[in-house]
Write a new protein. Sequence first.
Length: 74
Amino acid sequence: MRYLEQTITLFRPVGQKEMNLIQQSDYLAFPPRLPFQPIFYPVIQENYAVQIARYWNTTDAASGYVGYVTRFCV
């Protein structure tokens, strides 16, 4: 079977600690999941990722009370 070469853009809300690790990788990789984060959870809608970052990450001490939205293609 022949597959079409397509990409899809996904979004991932992250806190400050994850963003620091992403920056350290020169934006080439997501860090390994933290012990309290067993699932890598990207979303397909940017506005939903913004909502998560705004209302979840910014109220969470583990996120440093900061929310970012990352965008990547697979």
